[in-house]
Design a protein around this ligand. Structure first.
Ligand SMILES: [Fe+2]
Length: 368
């Protein structure tokens, strides 16, 4: 059975928030605006959302304490704040962390009598208060996925919320990327790329998810020169990067991620390696194990000459990282228990395969 399901209404145009803000009126009377600590204020997205709310008679309160890789404790603090303030819907602004947090907070507002364990309980209702998302980076695609990845302090790692939660509405405007530091642009661009690669080399891939991958890769390739360090991004590049990220998000909403994402979580938790860089670290190894026709198609459509070229651009754009062997072994141990990720791999995959993938970058450093 093949299904195509993408229920988010996406408005993609310059000044999308201000031009279409009236659409939020039907979602509630008071919004909880969820952001990280500062970027939404610096890139203008927070001001645009406040203005859109004000122009449409929507009250709003701000929760700006979402950290990178938000913890379940943060979700509960935001939920309690929203209840105290009487907010009846959520607007998430930012990269993956604030948008993922917004989905979880919307769930917990609806289930206001539950504790944080509800976020990871299977088989429970996943209904939420309405959610509006405004991405300001070009990696997560969270605006069109049903995923919310949270740090669980008690388990010392990141775990996806068990409930599938899509936003109701998303506003896409490439201008918010203009204020992003180069490191954020590069890391999130590689996150989007890995979403496309992992959803393509995946037993759950379909013609529909691969349609999203193909369009996304073509769009992504137009910005490769920026990641190579050859030029600065134009406004058109920023729009392309944000759209590619959204196409990649649609692809993972349909097919999911697989080994590189599964291996990356402990790198992020234990070494604070940014998500896109951490996933990118394991991507060449995954591509090396894949069918050669798929590998060549994915590399060439994104604009890379070969695997070594991919490695070199990743290193230049995101920087090097020395990962101790014990962290790589720990990542393999963690992934070995993740049957969902392992069962999505379309080639034979035993412990030896995982070792080759995890240690690939260490054993094949290029561009140095
Ligand atoms: Fe990702």
């Amino acid at each position: 059975m093949t299904m195509f399901y993408m229920p988010v209404k996406v408005y993609d145009e310059p000044e999308a928030v201000l031009k279409n803000g009236s659409l939020m009126k039907k979602y509630g009377k008071k919004a909880l605006i969820v952001t990280g600590r500062s970027s939404a204020k610096k890139n203008g997205s927070y001001d645009d959302v406040c203005r859109a709310c004000d122009e449409n008679g929507i009250a709003h309160v701000l929760f700006d304490q979402v950290e990178e890789n938000p913890s379940t404790d943060t979700i509960i603090r935001a939920r309690d704040f929203a209840l105290k303030e009487g907010a009846d819907f959520v607007i998430g602004i930012g990269g993956g962390s604030p948008m993922d947090a917004a989905k979880s907070i919307a769930l917990m507002i609806r289930h206001s009598d539950k504790g944080k364990e509800y976020l990871h309980q299977e088989g429970q209702p996943g209904d939420t208060v309405p959610i509006v998302l405004v991405p300001t980076t070009c990696g997560t695609g969270s605006e069109v996925t049903a995923v919310s990845v949270l740090t669980v302090p008690e388990k010392q790692t990141k775990i996806s919320m068990k409930h599938k939660v899509f936003a109701d509405l998303a506003f896409i405007d490439g201008k918010y990327l203009a204020a992003a530091p180069a490191s954020v642009l590069c890391n999130t661009a590689f996150d989007a790329l890995t979403h496309m690669y992992e959803s393509y080399i995946n037993v759950k891939a379909s013609d529909y998810s691969r349609m999203c991958v193909h369009s996304g890769l073509v769009m992504w390739s137009r910005s490769l020169d920026i990641l190579r360090g050859n030029r600065q991004p134009s406004a058109e590049d920023l729009t392309n990067m944000m759209r590619a990220s959204m196409m990649a998000g649609m692809a993972i909403a349909l097919a999911g991620t697989v080994l590189p994402h599964g291996l990356s979580y402990s790198l992020t938790y234990k070494m604070k390696v940014p998500h896109g860089k951490a996933v990118g670290y394991f991507t060449a190894g995954y591509l090396a194990e894949a069918d050669s026709k798929d590998r060549d198609y994915l590399l060439h459509t994104a604009g890379f000459r070969d695997l070594e070229d991919f490695q070199a651009v990743l290193l230049k754009a995101c920087g090097d990282v020395e990962v101790p062997d014990e962290i790589l072994e720990g990542a393999i141990d963690e992934l070995s228990a993740n049957t969902a990720k392992l069962s999505a791999v379309p080639f034979p995959c035993d412990r030896g395969t995982l070792e080759r993938i995890a240690f690939y970058t260490k054993n094949h450093k290029s561009g140095k």
